[in-house]
Write a protein that binds this ligand. Structure first.
Ligand code: MN
Length: 435
């Protein structure tokens, strides 16, 4: 038996803002009450299996940099060693949830049946480990983008055999998620898009995706899964044109296929940035439609313009995201997942712990700042003031009238708009008092 991967690292404790210990929480204090609720219950942190344990450090110019005790990852023996290390890290961090894709946790088999048997054996192993711990499953998902069979998409693949393989794969991952008591099931359409219209029937592919999502919901009800089905928007990478571009696009697709009451969104900061949006924009769009489900709190590099999946480290950005989450009532089945990976030179076990400790602290600071802004009410008062004109009976009646009667009012000289300041700098200065 080799030395456990995290052998020298003790469980991380909350030591307060003055602690200089790099492996202590300085802001994440699970039992601290924020707006009447425990911090842990607000944030609902999850650690992702894929970037932390499955990713080997490759980038477009170079191969593996991480050499872990669970490499190579193509056999069941190392999958169990990987699970041991993952649950050791969950014990060290003490976060309440984790997440996985099928491909992260089990080796690919030569056949579908062999892959399923590998998955079942690992889910058995997870079940055993979860029985003696408090850790829960935030969500499970299927990786339908890495293997070459998915190169032209999963549910949107022009080959019906790939659609079938995708359906069977999602069924097995939903079964496994349900078995582990998962609180959500996520669909990230990694290659649900296209490279060129020269070979793509866009309308047919969208219809197939709509039917596939309906099958997911039908199966959820059939097996009695009580969790939430979530779709994760992303605008590009891997497909040049992704059908699930951003929150607004996904909401349109979900409505088109009658899924608005059944499916919510898992929003990622990095994907928001790739779509040219701020994270709070994506959260506010989903919240306005009642479709805010869960978040992946990992950012991209603003200079490189591609998906770098870095751990969060910017309190003002994170604070505005949590402001909109708290404003919409907070998470129900969702949570804060770190779909984030180390930099490829960060080789040590301690780097993996430090990355999560820092991210959880940043989020805790952001949450506290957001809660303070909500409790102070300054932004809400400013918003109310800006829209106060709509409180008048004449303004309200206008929405129930028509162009002709509005035209008559304007022509009679009753209406003379006078521009008012948007007060953006004053509001930005206000936010800076809290972050
Ligand atoms: Mn993500």
């Amino acid at each position: 038996m080799t030395q456990p991967f995290f052998a020298d690292i003790a469980p991380v404790q909350y030591e307060g803002p003055d602690s200089a210990n790099p492996l202590a929480y300085r802001h994440y204090n699970p039992d601290e009450i924020v707006m009447g609720k425990r911090m842990e219950d607000h944030l609902r942190f999850a650690v992702a299996y894929w970037h932390s344990f499955a990713w080997e450090g490759q980038d477009p110019f170079g191969g593996q940099t991480f050499v872990r005790p669970w490499h190579p990852q193509d056999r069941m023996e190392t999958a169990r060693i990987k699970a041991d290390a993952a649950f050791d890290m969950f014990d060290i961090l003490g976060q309440p949830y984790f997440c996985w894709h099928d491909a992260d946790v089990r080796p690919e088999g030569d056949t579908f049946a062999e892959s399923l048997s590998n998955l079942t054996a690992i889910i058995d192993y997870f079940e055993e480990k979860m029985a003696s711990r408090k850790i829960k499953l935030l969500w499970g998902t299927a990786n339908m983008f890495s293997h070459r069979r998915w190169m032209a998409g999963a549910s949107t693949n022009p080959d019906p055999d790939v659609f079938a393989y995708a359906a069977a794969t999602v069924k097995t991952c939903m079964d496994a998620t349900h078995r582990l008591g998962g609180e959500n099931y996520v669909l990230w359409g990694g290659r649900e898009g296209y490279e060129t219209l020269l070979n793509t029937d866009l309308g047919q592919e969208l219809d197939h995706m709509g039917r596939f999502l309906n099958m997911v919901v039908e199966y959820k009800h059939k097996i009695g899964f009580k969790g939430t089905i979530l779709v994760e928007p992303k605008p590009q990478e891997p497909s040049k044109h992704q059908y699930d571009f951003d929150a607004a696009t996904c909401i349109g697709i979900l409505r088109k296929y009658g899924l608005e009451g059944e499916v919510k969104l898992n929003l990622e900061q990095g994907h928001a940035i790739l779509a040219g949006h701020s994270f709070e924009h994506e959260i506010a769009v989903a919240a306005a439609e009642g479709m805010l489900g869960s978040i992946d709190m990992n950012r991209n590099d603003y200079q490189s313009g591609w998906d770098t999946d870095q751990f969060p480290n910017n309190v003002p950005e994170v604070a505005l995201a949590y402001y909109h989450i708290l404003k919409s009532g907070g998470f129900t089945t969702g949570g804060t997942n770190f779909d984030a990976k180390l930099r490829r030179q960060s080789l040590d076990a301690a780097d993996l712990i430090a990355a999560h400790v820092g991210a959880m602290d940043i989020c805790a600071r952001g949450l506290k700042a957001a809660a303070a802004m909500i409790e102070d009410g300054g932004l809400e008062t400013a918003l109310k003031d800006r829209y106060a004109g709509w409180e008048t009976p004449a303004a309200r009646a206008m929405l129930d009238s028509d162009f002709d009667s509005i035209f008559d009012r304007v022509l009679s000289g009753d209406i003379a708009p006078e521009p008012r300041s948007g007060r953006q700098e004053i509001l930005e200065n206000y936010v800076n008092r809290f972050v």
